[in-house]
Every structure is written in structure tokens, then in C-alpha cells.
Design a protein around this ligand. Sequence first.
Ligand code: 6R9
Length: 692
Amino acid sequence: DHLRHVESLSTLPSGAGKTPHLNAVILGDALASEENDLVFPSQEFSSQALVSSPAQYLEMYKKSILDPSGFWSEIASEFYWEKKWPQQQQVYTENLDVRKGDVKIEWFKGGMTNICYNALDRNIDAGNGDKIAMYWEGNELNHDGSLTYTQLLHKVCQLANYLKDIGVSKGDAVVIYLPMLMELPIAMLACARIGAIHSVVFAGFSADSLSQRIVDCKPKAVITCNAVRRGSKVIQLKDIVDAALVDSAKNGFSVGVVLNYENESAMTRECTKWTEGRDVWWQDTVPKYPTTCAVVWVDAEDPLFLLYTSGSTGKPKGVLHTTGGYMIYTATTFKYAFDYKSSDIYWCTADCGWITGHSYVTYGPLLNGATVVVFEGAPNYPNASRCWDIVDKYKVSLFYTAPTLVRSLMRDGDEFVTRYSRKSLRVLGSVGEPINPSAWRWFFNVVGDSRCPISDTWWQTETGGFMITPLPGAWPQKPGSATFPFFGVLPVIVDEKGTEIDGECSGYLCVKNSWPGAFRTLYGDHDRYETTYFKPFPGYYFTGDGCSRDKDGYHWLTGRVDDVINVSGHRIGTAEVESALVSHLQCAEAAVVGVEHEVKGQGIYAFITLVEGVPYSEELKKSLTLAVRKQIGAFAAPDKIHWAPGLPKTRSGKIMRRILRKIASRQLDELGDTSTLADPSVVDQLIALSDQ
Ligand code: 6R9
């Protein structure tokens, strides 16, 4: 069965196997069929690539599918294990089939290791202690810093010692609520060093969201900073933490220690509100601790971190990743998808508050001994050239970002890009949402001077690392396609009944086997894990995404098929936004849908039914928006509020979102059959109110 799938992949485009050395062929938008646009890596690129042809990929892919244990244990052996995993024959246990019992995924169980040791000590022992691990670029121009691998280790050890001293030990949770200071990856690594479970909460989340996560994972400590500058704004993070902790205490959980980094450039300590006995200044305490700290060896299956993500119900899901498999998987995907060389300088624009920052700012690159740029600021501050200024300043060779940024920079005009050299760039990367072909071409032609392959990496918080991604030297790309599966991954497309479909097809994207980086459960809710991901199509992991496969076997992700909206690459559950809106006293009912947005990919469009007798007003729109900002965060604020005296519902009371989506996108001639609605006249009412 597995083999059949591999063979179907050997139908790479005919040009690919035979002539991988054509110079980049750039096909204009004018060409009829996007699917047939092939963009070849140059001979110069391919000849030095880790995987330089479809044939080489197929050989490795085949091995990874036919002998996962052999394939992954060979790679795992390059890392340090305090004790090797005992089971040599099969290094994993998996059951993805709910009909056969509990869903269970384990890799390298019984092996003892530590991801911090592998990322830092191991690279230092290999002679890279003086290599730059991180360049840090602040919000303001000329505000920067750096740490070598040895310096980074020292900082990590000091913090790890401090955490131990306040009673954090193996298995305890620590919440990290920090902006992109080096202290953020330092805090993650310090937790990992002592076997504590970090849960990073994106510093754009509101106090309510932070409190909800704190109550769920009950951390021993919260690590934050007093304030941050982002663009021209100052955000007082500690005030948000203070409010969250008041709220979490009301909900039955009190945090004992808040460690505050004094981010002087944003706010002085004199201006910072303080709770005696609970709050501690990082700079006053942490540097007093020794710069060495013994590693706590953990089982490969011990938890490494929790990261909350949005689903189709209101409550965020605590995605749990464990140590060994995640380590091997992030390291390997980073290496191959970016064709990593030790001389590369790598910059990923993601925030460590999201999975991309976990796997591809912190762990993946550091496990490879790479030099990483950590950027605190906003990519368009002080102007739209900032990214290229940073690329030239640090000689960035691997640049990984999101389509939303590409589109917004594209709108600002080429001159912001072309006045910088960008000569150092070698590979570009994209993540977070499908990249539309015109943004792909602009990224390729203008940013990469038609020289640099683009790795359009499809993956999820749940998958830990890349799942479908180009290997940049191996095959020609098609703008907008994530191309082929990474080693060890068996993606399948199924129809509504859950039957696999082959050849040229489109349907629901599932995965039929486990891979080392897969999440193991939802924290404290294994039932929800099974229900959300493994019950919709029994026998498979269901991704929540739609996907089509073209005649050449290339994969085209088409976006979420569930009630999740992807705004600028951030996952937002419609239910979360709705629940924030209905918490407003004057809101009777809310229905939220995603709508196409030129820059953000999708925007949030909210239909609101007000409490009887409350008049519409602009004021009210503002206060509804504020309710969302307060409960979730500014990034989830609706782009449009549409007054709805009634919502289109079936007779059983289900809101027909299909119709709302059409009204939101003004596709009024595609409303479809509205006769099954309990009250078909609401549709006309809604259309009439479109511009209010
Ligand atoms: C890594 C990350 C996951 C969802 C995923 C999909 C969308 C991510 C994509 C992509 C098309 C890509 N997505 N990368 N869609 N092409 N290259 O973004 O994780 O925040 O969990 O979001 O994002 O819809 O299901 P996460």
C-alpha cells in the first residue's frame, strides 16, 4: 500500500528528472495554466544541494516510508542520547485508528536525551562555541546584540539554575509571555534543560486569553518583561500579566512567581507596577547564578512544551509535543527544506509565540548549529525596507516569512526592495497560509532576483514540523504549490466518506501514518484529541485542510475546511470571536466568517444581531471590536461588522454559514438555495444592510 503511494510520486514532471539543471525559467502571469508553470532551480543551486534530484529524493523518501525505524534511527544517532532507546527493531509505536483503541504515538521511547543539550552543549563540543548562535535586531535601527553558542549556553544555564531555585522541576509548567527578545528562546531552552514544560503565549494575546491558558496549565512561574516597543507603539506587557493573574486567581489558580525582564528601551523599572513578594527583576537575580547547570535527562516521550492553538470550538487546545521525536524532526526538516549549510545566516520573521517560532526560530536551527537572526520589531518599521536592511546587515542567506508580509511589501512597491543588495540570499521560505501565485512570483523575481528557490512549507502546530514542502534543489516548483511530502510523511486526500482518492483529485487532506514530530495529545483532553483529529476520517490524522493534487503529483493546499479563519497566518476560531462578541451586553447573537482580504489572506467578518431595541451606531461597532481585542487580542479584531436583524438559520436552528460567506464576499448571485431557511426573508434584510 505504502509503495503504491511512493510510485505515484515518481510521476514528477518529465522535465524534472532529466533536466534539473536548466536555469530558472520564469513564466509570466500571462501563461494560461498556473499548474504548468515550472520554475527550475539553477544548475549552480542544484549541484550543491543536499538533495539535488527527484531520483535522490525518491530513494530517500522510499526508505523513510518502507523502513521508518531504520531511516529515523540513523538520523537520531547523530544526536546525543544519554541512554539509547532500547527497542532497535521498531523505534515507534503508533495507533492512529480510533476503531482499534486509543490513539497513541510514541517515538524513541525509553531513550534518554535533552533537546537543550543537543542544541547547545553538543554544538559547543563540536568546536562551535564561538560561532554566533543569535543576532538580535531591536525595534529601533542600530539597537542590536548577539550571543555566541557559549554565551547563549551560559545565559540558559543561569536561568535554569534560577528556575530550579524557585522550585521548578521536571514536569512543571512555566508560562512565557515575552516579545522577541533573546530572552524568549533563552527561557524556552532553560525550561527544556531542566525538563520543565514551557508554554509560550504570544505577547499579542490579551489578559483574558493569557489567564485562560494559565488556569489550564497551572504554571509554577510566569516569565515576562515590563514593556515592548513594536513599531511606534509601546505595549505594557506586565500590566497585561498583572490583569491576567488577578483573573486566574479568581478562577482558582494563583501564580507564585513572576520573573520580569526589564526592557529598558521600552520602559524603565521606576514606571513599572510591582507586586512585592511575587515579582522579581530578571536582571537583579538571574545573572547571580552559575553559568553551568547540569542537564536533566528526560525520556524521549517526556513533554517538551504546550502550545495553545485555535480550534472550531471556543476553548483553545493545548497541543502537546514531546522531546525526542520533535527534536529529530525539527532538526531534519530545517536542514533539508532550507538546504542548510553551516555558513548560512538564517532569519525567520515568525514570533516564538507561534509554532513556527518554536520549531524554526529556536529548536530546528539551533539543533543544526545555525546562526539565527531574532528580530524584535515590526517588518515595516521605520519603513517598508526594514527587512532588506536586516538581510544586508547580517548577510542573511535563508529568509523565511509569511505570505501576508510578502503581499503587504509587494503593495509598498519594488523600490523598497531593489535599493538593497540582497546578494546573500540563497533560499526563501513561506509559511502560514497558501501563497497565491502572484505573491509567489513577486517574492521570487523581486526579492530573490529570480535566483532563490522558495520553500513553501505546509505544516501545522500539531505536526511540529514541515509536512509537505519543496526541497529547494530537488525539483522544479510551481508557484503556489507546496509540492511533495517530506521524508516519512504519507499524505492522502480523501472524499467526504473518508475514501482515499488518487491521481488528479481534490478533497480533505489526511495523513495515514505517524511521524516523529507529531503532537501526542491535547493537554488534559485526550478525548478531544481523538474527536477532533482522528474521528472525522477513521484510520487517519485529519488536518482540517482541503487539498488538491495535480497530474504531476504536486499538492495544492486550499485552506481550512473547518470553522477556523487564517488571518495573516494566525489561526483564529470563529467560535472564539463569536463568544467574545456575544459577551458584549448589547449583542444578542454573532456569526463570524472568513472573507478574502488582499493583505491578510483572510479577514474577519462578523454578523451581529443586537438585543431588541438597541439602535445601530458606529460607537457600538467600536465597543464590539473592543470586546474582541480584550478577550482575544488585537489581531483577532473583526475587519467588518455587519448588522443582522436576523441570521439565516435552518429549521433546526443551525446558522447557514455558507450563505453568510456569500453575503460577506458580495457574491450575491451565488447564494444558492435559500428555501430551506426557517425565514428566507432574512437574506434580503442582510443584503440591504450591507453598507451600513
Ligand atoms: C505552521 C503554521 C496551520 C494552518 C494549516 C493551513 C495553514 C500553514 C501553509 C498553510 C497553505 C502553507 N498553512 N502553512 N496553508 N500553505 N505553506 O502555520 O501552523 O498556526 O497551526 O496553522 O495554516 O491551513 O492547517 P498553524
